[in-house]
Unconditional design. Structure first.
Lengths: 263, 239
């Protein structure tokens, strides 16, 4: 435990000095503030923020995770020759880079929400959006780690897969489902759509936002089905549970790969 | 004390280590030589636990390696390429590694003095020259006074003065009874630093013994010529 915090602390220090993370937080601060100013506050603004978040956090998280692996190859190898457990090192590095990114988003977006009084008026919705952003950050940094470890010596492939996975999950996925529903519209597809949308963490987050704001029809097809099938409360519970599984899965795969890898 | 039995490792279809047997007693200075791609780095990485062998056993200081990590407290390793987090300062890096190892950095001050690193301590690592980064690497490897020292191409980026200082330091570690293992392509350097040679060719140990014996056998005066002759005779056999 002491070792873990030692490694995490060191990563924090390095990252904060890099200023990169602070810039990332500032972008969300400016964005949220301007959205609140133009949108006049309320649910619409939170929705706009969550739309931006659903699009960009996965991309930034993955790029950030994979970039870390590529940039710190030699350093990680040096650390692996020290008398420490690989498992501790893995969690130290992962938490050390994922949590600053997560905090940058949460703090950056929460500050304007606080000074525009949204946190007081619409606290639970705001907390949901911020929390989802945080969870997505953790999931996608872990995915970036996994990709980096998997394509350890082939950066082009690593970055290529990162972009493709992002395009697929963030942009194409809902469209493909819609296309399928359109093509097989004569069959009962509800159950299928629900299962498929659970396989995509971005979709899950989107569904949670929708159920919270009760605007299913506005945010894509899968959400509408989800809402009709589960109703709000059960839907939030199920998709929340699936998101928790998603939170554990990539980081666990990353740990397995890290433990077995030849460096 | 390092013992290796029937060590095998493949990367995909490429068999890199084809059954190595090796015993390096404590206090011996050993040079590992061989052409590029012969398996030198893989051997060292396997001993360090960076690479996991397909089969065979390794014992380091009476610990049989099987996912263990504590044995590495006896080891100091200086990698061939020294790249560190860019924003970290030199003294922060030293402190960080000290926090990872629950050992006293007995030689920290001494090594910093020897390598003239004092003026660099407060600089971020990215601003350091390649040679200075190598010296930081050497300091990290030796400051905990470990029993076993691994150096992978240690003097490749050092200027003559630092290289001389480094060799002096390795000499004195040797005299203190440390097990020193060096890979290098510079044979004259190995002549100065080691007394035993492991010659690896194509994933196997082609020769392991004292350097003097090798020179006597091959009737050469220099290590470089003896090794070159050994490689040539191998080519003739295979041809």
């Amino acid at each position: 435990m002491k070792l873990l915090t030692h490694i995490v602390k060191n990563e924090w220090k390095s990252l904060l000095r890099g200023k990169w993370v602070i810039g990332y937080g500032l972008i969300f601060l400016l964005l949220t503030d301007s959205l609140l100013r133009f949108g006049g506050g309320g649910a619409e603004t939170l929705l706009s923020i969550s739309n931006v978040m659903l699009l960009f956090i996965p991309l930034v998280g993955m790029i950030y995770g994979i970039l870390y692996i590529y940039q710190s190859k030699e350093f990680v190898e040096l650390l692996l020759t020290q008398p420490i457990n690989r498992r501790v090192l893995y969690w130290g590095l992962y938490l050390g880079i994922a949590t600053p990114l997560m905090s940058a988003f949460i703090i950056g977006a929460a500050l304007p929400l606080a000074w525009h009084n949204i946190l007081l008026l619409d606290g639970s919705s705001a907390a949901l959006v911020l929390g989802l952003g945080g969870i997505l950050t953790l999931i996608f940094v872990a995915l970036g780690f996994v990709l980096g470890l998997f394509f350890y010596d082939d950066r082009i492939k690593g970055f290529g897969f990162t972009i493709v996975i992002w395009l697929f999950l963030a942009i194409l996925y809902d469209g493909l489902i819609l296309l399928m529903v359109f093509a097989f519209g004569n069959y009962p597809l509800d159950r299928f759509v629900i299962i498929v949308s659970m396989l995509n963490p971005i979709d899950l987050a989107r569904i949670l936002v929708m159920l919270e704001f009760d605007i299913s029809a506005l945010m894509g097809y899968t959400g509408a089905v989800f809402n009709r099938f589960f109703g709000s409360n059960l839907g939030i519970l199920v998709s929340g549970g699936m998101l928790a599984i998603w939170l554990a899965l990539p980081s666990w795969i990353g740990l397995r790969v890290f433990n077995k890898k030849d460096f | 004390m390092i013992e290796v039995e029937e060590l095998k490792k493949s990367f995909g279809n490429l068999q890199v280590l084809k059954g190595m047997n090796l015993s390096i007693p404590s206090g011996q200075a050993t040079g590992i030589v061989g052409p590029n791609g012969a398996g030198k780095t893989t051997l060292i990485k396997t001993l360090l636990g960076l690479v996991k062998p397909d089969s065979g056993t390794i014992r380091v200081m009476d610990t049989t390696l099987n996912g263990d990590w504590l044995y590495r407290k006896y080891i100091g390793y200086m990698p061939q390429v020294a790249r560190y987090p860019e924003n970290m300062k030199v003294h922060e890096l030293l402190d960080f590694i000290k926090g990872l190892r629950d050992q006293e950095a007995v030689y920290e001050e001494e090594l910093i003095d020897q390598f003239n690193l004092k003026p660099e301590l407060n600089k971020p690592l990215r601003t350091l020259s390649g040679g200075n980064r190598q010296k930081v690497g050497a300091t990290l490897a030796m400051m905990f006074n470990p029993e076993i020292l691994f150096f992978d191409e240690p003097t490749a980026g050092l200027d003559p003065r630092s290289s001389h200082k480094f060799k002096q330091r390795v000499q004195s570690e040797k005299e203190n009874g440390k097990t020193v293992i060096i890979t290098s392509h510079i044979m004259s350097e190995l002549e100065q630093l080691v007394d035993h040679v492991i010659f690896i060719l194509d994933g196997k140990i082609r020769y392991y013994g004292s350097m003097q014996q090798l020179l006597d056998q091959s009737k050469e005066e220099r290590l470089e010529a003896a090794i070159a002759r050994m490689m040539e005779s191998d080519d003739e056999v295979s041809a």
